[in-house]
Ligand binder design. Sequence first.
Ligand code: BES
Ligand code: ZN
Length: 458
Amino acid sequence: MTVTPVLARIDQDLPQAIQRLQALLRIPSISTDPAYNDACDDAADWLVEELQSIGADASKRPTPGRPMVVGHLDGDGPEVLFYGHYDVQPVDPLDLWDTPPFEPELQDTPKGKVIRGRGTADDKGQLMTFVEACRNWIAEHGRLPVKVTFFFEGEEESGSPSLIPFLEENADELRKEVALICDTGLFNDKVPAIIASLRGMLGQEIILRGASRDLHSGHYGGAAANPIKVLSHILASLHDESGRVTIPGFYDGVPELSPERRAEWGSLGFDTATFLGDVGLSHPAGEDGFSALEATWARPTCEFNGIRGGYAGDGFKTVLPAEAAAKISFRLVGDQDPYKICAAFQAQVRRLVPPDMEVEFVDHGASKASMMQMEHPLFDKTKAALTEEWGLPATFTAAGGSIPVAGYFQSILGMDSILAGWGKDDDGLHSPNEKYDVESFHKGTRSWARVLGKIAEG
Ligand code: BES
Ligand code: ZN
């Protein structure tokens, strides 16, 4: 069984593969908003049917939250698990989209053809590259060169609340030699990457409540406690002037960046001016003393993702709000403990809440950073396969985003993950006008076909 005819089939089948992806993209499977629960179910059903259509024994598995999809395809050689997520981020602000987010369009852009829509790059387009690679292996050779178990989650974008019990209950079914995860990007537009470490994440929302109703800011201002004022003070207290997070114990478990690692990353040719320039910025804004690459790959952060309170509509309204709230995410590295940090954060906030005001905390997930043991021989085989497809040596890099499952695969199943994906910096993950390059989809499918072939080589 050779990969060459499989690659030719992938090339020929590309228009149909794009149509299948568009069908999945039309399902608005936003996991963070309960209004879309049925859509998440529909996306899971769609995937089950798709896997069955290529011969897999696949089913939708209920959880207390959104369902998982698990499927098995027989083959020769070693057994691998493939993970992707079918849920997507909310679309707002909707008015910033040039096309409706769930009506995926093929568009010509100066940099090539793209598929535009929510979930194109994160993660439906990426997930389908693997499914299409399997489809074409089977179409060509009648079976896969390796045994594959598919595992699709529907809650990745909302902190994976059902994942731990699901992995514990289904450990024997899901534990394979290695996991393949397609939810990350290329190093740059031309160079593929295998991700050696991901940051963890702690999501916290704080809601401050003061007076029993909104108040006239003249009649009560100066006498009544103002939740926005307190919230601003709390948020401002979380960093010092050098950009460091002030929560006691926050840096426990953060490893020093070794001079070797610094030099290695320095030699990757990462261009900070372009990275920031592409989004209209020019000055790295994190902790003093770290490059933008180091700050996103190797340092923890505390970022504010959303804030509400009072009147922010057109015009002006002199009001003291009864309530103000903020959503905060911490990115974690090394051995930082999300639960300890959560407790220390909440204690720091509580100390700053004055009388006549109460605070509520809402949890939005907690996962540790993960670091892969890259000694497993399948890492080198994957690297060789990617290098063949992209024509430039694949690099081992890190990623600033979080994929909680990678850590749980290690801690619960004792399984490492090979993280490879085809996204580009300008894909607009979590933003309006998200897109996935047709090149990413096409070469990504070819890449997985090659990876499957290489893994089978023994
Ligand atoms: N695909 C991303 C993770 C990612 C982004 C990896 C960029 C590498 C580069 C993933 O779907 C994601 O966005 N995860 C969330 C997880 C969180 C809600 C726990 C994230 O990182 O914000
Ligand atoms: Zn994703």
